[in-house]
Design a protein around this ligand. Structure first.
Ligand SMILES: [Zn+2]
Length: 191
């Protein structure tokens, strides 16, 4: 896991070369700042998940928020809060997956390892987990609990299977989504 940084030949120059070709046939200049599908996706950064292809999305359709595990961290809540309040998204889709790198990490051991090696324990949570389905449930619960996410009616969570490309939905029995209407709907009385 701790490979030397000397054994990688950087590819940034080739990325820049590809970008010139991309810009030469650029056709997305008319896209709106607001995502066309009013959708925010929170997904793991796993290199095998092509979020646009997996979900049939086009450029401009959705905010794609990614981190290790696709977990709901404070920074993800920050992005979702801005996404809903300023850029009009009204639906959240979570995508975790099988064979996630976080499944093989022991959180306590890793924290100790870091502290032993560099003399400081991370002030962030590693967010390691065993079961991706449970982790999706945990993430949905966090979305329901945060006050910074206003629109909670349309939240769905999935586990992407890296062996067959299929999304499998994760169901949640608690809390009851019916008890959590959009906070801007008239029935709640909340402005
Ligand atoms: Zn992952």
């Amino acid at each position: 896991m701790n490979s030397s940084h000397h054994d990688h030949h950087p590819i940034a120059d080739s990325l820049v070369a590809h970008n010139k070709e991309y810009a030469a046939r650029f056709h997305d200049s008319e896209l709106s700042l607001e995502p066309a599908a009013k959708l925010a996706v929170v997904a793991c950064m796993d290199a095998r998940i092509d979020a646009f292809a997996v979900l049939g999305l086009n450029n401009g359709d959705a905010h794609i928020i990614r981190n290790a595990g696709g977990v709901i961290t404070d920074d993800v809540i920050r992005s979702l809060c801005l996404s809903q309040r300023f850029l009009g998204t009204r639906e959240i889709v979570l995508v975790h997956h099988t064979d996630c790198g976080l499944q093989s990490i022991n959180e306590a051991e890793f924290r100790k390892e870091l502290n032993d090696e560099i003399g400081i324990t991370p002030w962030w949570s590693v967010e390691a987990f065993d079961d991706p389905y449970d982790d999706v449930r945990q993430s949905i619960q966090r979305l329901y609990m945060t006050p910074f996410i206003q629109h909670k009616l349309h939240i769905r969570g999935f586990v992407y299977d890296v062996t067959d490309g299929l999304l499998r939905e994760v169901t949640l029995s608690f809390p009851d989504p019916d008890m959590l209407p959009d906070q801007d709907s008239a029935s709640t009385g909340i402005a």
